[in-house]
Design a protein around this ligand. Sequence first.
Ligand SMILES: Cc1cc2nc3c(=O)[nH]c(=O)nc-3n(C[C@H](O)[C@H](O)[C@H](O)COP(=O)(O)OP(=O)(O)OC[C@H]3O[C@@H](n4cnc5c(N)ncnc54)[C@H](O)[C@@H]3O)c2cc1C
Ligand SMILES: NC(=O)c1ccc[n+]([C@@H]2O[C@H](COP(=O)([O-])OP(=O)(O)OC[C@H]3O[C@@H](n4cnc5c(N)ncnc54)[C@H](O)[C@@H]3O)[C@@H](O)[C@H]2O)c1
Length: 483
Amino acid sequence: MQQLNVDVAVIGAGTAGLGAYRAAKEHTASVVMIEGGPYGTTCARVGCMPSKLLIAAAEAAHDIGKADKFGIEVPAKPIIHGKQVMQRVKSERDRFAGFVVEAVDGIPAEDKIRGYAKFIDATTLQIDDHTQITAKRIVIATGSRPTYPAPWAELGDRLLINDDVFEWDDLPESVAVFGPGVIGLELGQALHRLGVRVLMFGVGNQVGPLSDPDVAEYARNAFAEEFYLDADAKVETIKRDGDRVFLAYNDKQGEYIETHVDYVIAATGRRPNVDKLGLENINIELDERGVPTADHYTLQTSVPNLFIAGDASNQIPLLHEAADQGRIAGDNAGRFPDIRAGLRRSAIAAVFSDPQIAMVGQSHRELEKQYGSCGCFATGEVSFENQGRSRVMLKNKGMLHVYGEQGTGRFLGAEMIGPSAEHIAHLLAWAHQQKMTIAQMLDMPFYHPVIEEGLRTALRDLNAKLHLGPAMIEQCMECGPGA
Ligand SMILES: Cc1cc2nc3c(=O)[nH]c(=O)nc-3n(C[C@H](O)[C@H](O)[C@H](O)COP(=O)(O)OP(=O)(O)OC[C@H]3O[C@@H](n4cnc5c(N)ncnc54)[C@H](O)[C@@H]3O)c2cc1C
Ligand SMILES: NC(=O)c1ccc[n+]([C@@H]2O[C@H](COP(=O)([O-])OP(=O)(O)OC[C@H]3O[C@@H](n4cnc5c(N)ncnc54)[C@H](O)[C@@H]3O)[C@@H](O)[C@H]2O)c1
């Protein structure tokens, strides 16, 4: 058994772990980073990047299908070569993951330990059966993994998670996607647009991360127009039948349907990788999901020398958050006991479906919880169906709700499904972090004709509802045609 003594040990070499390692190194040379799985990060290998590559191929196919609406005839139905689609997804994905592996290669060999770490006590880690590390401070950056109902395991290799999809050499004929959350919507819609027969089933009517009932209903209808989506499904049977999966369900009209698909894709949520860390060996405070609780600004857990970051922290499972949290946790582990509050940015999330979905600041659900029924916040809205530039581009599907505080006029948050939501979300998140009022946001320039003019309409509506601006008028003459 190899024995090591270090100042800081980082568990996990994902986005959060790499950030933590680098930040801790600013304070002490004695830092190790422990990785049990492949290098390259979840985001680059099986997450953000390959999913966006698949979506890019799907968009290309979809845009050709829409050309006739502009008066452009495409003489034949486009042929989707699944093998070539998957080849590009994988080769570009490997390129992105390769950059990360190159960066890891640049880390001194003595700082990298291969194997899975487990706590023996609050300062001792066992790595597989070969190394014991005594570390004064430890950062847990172990990421998350998909979770699904246990009986589905009986489907064997017909049950897939996102990682498996990005290993395909060709596209299948059909899939059933369980979970119309972020991963399910992105992958399911992309596969549908690439010619795969897609059935999507959810529970409790949840779609994506949306919590505003009107925006969520719009989203459900918009996606259901394009492919089979039942967000509150009654699936009676899911079982393996030879090389396929047999499904029996009552469709949205109540009709009993029996069908077969090639695969079931489980996109039913993810759980932090903290259950196999031996946390029972340390006296640490856990939340209801068994995840160590941590201070929002310092990422310090209830055990002072232990920090947690990224998806493992169960805070906000997004890439930029993993990077921020990793940096903060690593910096504090390095400088311990003189720990500092790190910058936590305004919340922003985007789903790369079409239409895209975006969430900024406080969600509708959080505002309802905070303000109750006191009428202390108002909602401004816009539909993109008649919005000028959106119509020009035939992307006029969607709605935006913006929330503002009564009295102060402060911008609180937004939920959106619609065109360019990823960009509008950034404008809104920057305004949110600057603690701007709706009036200040309306003082900012808006070009013409752009999709952001729709945002201005929603902000004007909100300002009027906060009794801080003029009443809304149906057709704003000075705003430019179709604004
Ligand atoms: C399909 C998909 C699409 C996504 N798309 C986006 C997107 O578009 N935008 C976005 O912001 N986010 C996206 N995400 C989320 C984003 O990928 C994650 O939030 C981010 O990668 C988390 O980084 P992390 O460092 O916490 O975890 P990871 O990168 O998973 O790193 C954790 C590491 O810890 C290792 N590990 C685990 N346990 C141990 C142990 N006991 N000992 C040693 N090592 C261990 C693992 O092997 C892993 O390498 C997506 C995720 C998925 C799955
Ligand atoms: N664009 C992005 O930024 C992006 C993309 C992908 C993933 N991510 C991150 O990954 C996280 C995890 O994504 P996810 O999609 O796995 O989780 P999710 O929580 O977004 O969605 C899970 C969905 O599965 C449904 N569900 C649960 N049990 C079910 C069942 N038995 N049958 C049918 N449906 C069921 C839930 O109601 C929910 O709608 C996201 O929260 C996000 O932070 C981000």
